[in-house]
Design a protein around this ligand. Sequence first.
Ligand SMILES: C[S@@+](CC[C@H](N)C(=O)[O-])C[C@H]1O[C@@H](n2cnc3c(N)ncnc32)[C@H](O)[C@@H]1O
Length: 239
Amino acid sequence: MTKPPSTPNRTGRKIGQKVKKGKLKASSRRWLERHINDPYVQRAKLEGYRARAAFKLLEIDDKHQILKGARRIIDLGSAPGSWSQIAAKVTNSTDSDIRVAAIDFLEMDALPGVHFLQMDFLQDEAPRLLMEALGGAPDLVMSDMAAPTTGHKRTDHLRTMQLCEVAAHFAIEVLAEGGHFLAKTFQGGTENELLTLLKQNFRQVVHVKPGASRAESVEMFLLAKGFKGRVREEAEAEG
Ligand SMILES: C[S@@+](CC[C@H](N)C(=O)[O-])C[C@H]1O[C@@H](n2cnc3c(N)ncnc32)[C@H](O)[C@@H]1O
C-alpha cells in the first residue's frame, strides 16, 4: 500500500519553510513554498523519483492493480519521467529489449529501457512512431498530459480534455486485450460521449483522485480497465 509521506521527513529538510520576500512575485513565492514543503516532493527525492507524480500512479495502482503483469507500457506526457521510471521497472525494460515508449514535447533526460520521443503527441505521426518504438501492443496506455496553462481556466480545461480524448482513441486503437487506459482529466470535465465510448470498450470505467493529487486541484484521473479488444468491434462492424 502506498502511504502518504509520514513526518518527520528524512530528507533533512524542515517542513514549514518560508521563502524570503525579495525579487519573486508573491504567487511564485507561494508556489515555491508549497513545493519545498510538500512531503511528496521530499519523498520523491528520497526514493529517487523524478517527480512527485510517481505517487499518483503508485496510489492508483495500489487500488486498481494496473501495472501488475504489464509487458509493454506507453507513457504520454512523460517528462520529467517518474511514471516512465515505474513503467521501466515493472516491465523489466532494458535498452536491448524496449518495453516502454514515452512522449513529451519537453526534453526528458534519458532513462534506461525507455524509448523517448520528443514531440507533440497531437502530431499525425506520433502514434505510429510510439508503436514502432514499442514493437508490440501495450497492456497500459497512461497519460499524465496537461496542456500548458494559458491563465484562462476554461481554455486550459478544454485543451487538457482534448488531450484526454485523443489519448483514449489512441488507447482503443492500440491496446492489447485486457489492457488498461489511465488519463488525467478534470473534475466534472469528462464528456459523456467519451465516457460512453470507454464504457463500450472497457469492462470498468472509474474516476480516481489519488491522495498525492493536491486537494485544491481539480485534477482527477480517468481509469478504464479491461479492454474488451478489437475483434468484437470488428465483428460487430461486419455483422
Ligand atoms: C504533469 S507532467 C507529466 C509528469 C510525468 N507523468 C512524470 O511522472 O514525470 C505533464 C506533461 O505533459 C506534457 N504534454 C502536454 N501536452 C502534450 C502533448 N500534446 N504532447 C506531448 N506532451 C505533452 C507536458 O509537456 C508535461 O511535461
